[in-house]
Ligand binder design. Structure first.
Ligand SMILES: *Cc1c(COP(=O)(O)O)cnc(C)c1O
Length: 382
């Protein structure tokens, strides 16, 4: 196929909003009940059906992680194992609880937390492990849960990238200890901002259900009826991390469109894979795109000399790119008392490039991106 673009700006990622989301928001605005109420309850019910588990919706994926950590009983000073190659939110959610994120290396073949490395970082204070389902795929979750069991850790899955992904034919979020999703603007589904916690641990659900609303005891049921508790007790710290009806209205529509989104994301990722299959310089993630719903499409470019230059030339060809992520263990705030070296993370990071991926792209767009990259790549290698 020839390279065609016609000046269309190809964004790295974006929200995909139809008239349905706009109408749903309009209805909430017309009803003039914008806070947490019946739309939030409905969205939670639909998500519960989707995962066959209890779901609590909150204001962001970061809030979901923070509440999951506190709800799981992690205390200030406790340590949580987490891969360094993740969005800053994973680290901030841990430190927001007063807990200490312990940065771990990644496996070079799938960019997921390396358990061998993690095992060297366990101490008496380690209470949890937070695997991050980077790009939408997962490592071997059986191994992660075995590791957690042996070391007596709770698993809090950062599944912000992995809405809809399956592991061994089971939906992420339908099994395991606690799973957190993000519905921010560019994730696999969005509610504007937003997130949710999925678990079958009733203690955690009850705790989070109150904690997201300032810790007011059993206020959620009242809010769903669009009322509130006037007299109440509070037994622990809470936050204003609830979801609004406006957000939930968007999320409900997006959940209904999810199979359309996931089909397109999988199709586009397969298209990239086949365009790149003969290039030895490119390391592709090993996902089976019948199981994995990709949130981003990162590649490792072996021997990449000048990422900035490559990104600039692609930009001039209407292609926006990015890189996920700057390793967190190198940030001033998270440099531990002794500085650590994470070999795979530090070797891979400078060679990472994320290519455009969102459901509004066509296979022709992906073809154009792949061909343009292949054309200019040699100028940017050592
Ligand atoms: C998006 C994201 C989060 C946080 O979600 P927000 O809804 O943006 O707060 C957490 N972890 C990862 C890996 C993410 O990509």
């Amino acid at each position: 196929m020839e390279k065609i673009n016609k000046g269309k700006n190809i964004r790295l990622s974006k929200s995909c909003i139809s008239h349905q989301e706009k109408e749903a928001v309009q209805l909430v605005l017309d009803r003039e009940y914008l806070g947490m109420g019946q739309e939030v309850q409905r969205f939670e019910e639909l998500l519960s059906d989707f995962f066959s588990r209890s779901v609590i919706c909150v204001s962001s994926g970061t809030a979901a992680l923070q509440l999951a950590i506190v709800g799981a009983g992690i205390k200030p000073g406790d340590e949580v194992l987490v891969p360094s190659l993740t969005y800053l939110a994973s680290f901030q959610a841990i430190s927001a609880c007063g807990a200490i994120p312990i940065a771990c290396d990644i496996n070079e073949h799938n960019f997921q937390i390396c358990l061998e490395d993690a095992s060297t970082r366990i101490s008496k204070k380690t209470q949890a492990i937070m695997p991050v389902h980077y790009s939408g795929g997962t490592g071997d979750l059986n191994q992660i849960y075995n590791f957690a069991k042996i070391n007596n850790l709770i698993v809090i899955e950062d599944a912000a990238h992995a809405f809809g992904t399956k592991f061994e034919n089971k939906l992420i979020g339908s099994m395991g200890d606690v799973t957190c999703f993000s519905f921010d603007g560019i994730k696999n589904i969005t509610s504007g901002e937003g997130g949710c916690i999925v678990t079958d641990n009733k203690k955690i659900i009850d705790y989070i259900s109150d904690a997201r609303l300032l810790g007011v005891e059993r206020d959620s049921m009242k809010r769903y009826q669009e009322s509130r508790s006037w007299e109440f007790d509070v037994k622990h710290q809470g936050w204003r991390y609830h979801m609004s009806n406006i957000m939930a209205a968007i999320g409900i529509v997006q959940l209904g469109r999810f199979s359309e989104f996931s089909d397109q994301r999988q199709l586009l990722a397969r298209k990239y894979n086949s365009a790149f299959k003969d290039l030895d310089t490119l390391k592709l993630l090993p996902w089976d795109y019948t199981q994995v719903v990709p949130h981003i499409y990162p590649i490792q470019i072996k021997g990449l000399r000048d990422r900035d230059g490559l990104q600039k030339i692609l930009k001039s060809k209407n292609i926006q790119t990015g890189f996920h992520y700057q390793p967190n263990h190198l940030l001033s705030f998270y440099q531990q008392s002794k500085s650590i070296y994470l070999k795979n993370t530090e070797n891979i990071f400078p060679e990472l490039l994320s290519l455009p991926l969102h459901p509004d792209l066509t296979t022709e767009d992906v073809d154009y991106v792949a061909k343009t990259l292949i054309e200019y790549l040699p100028d940017f290698l050592f």
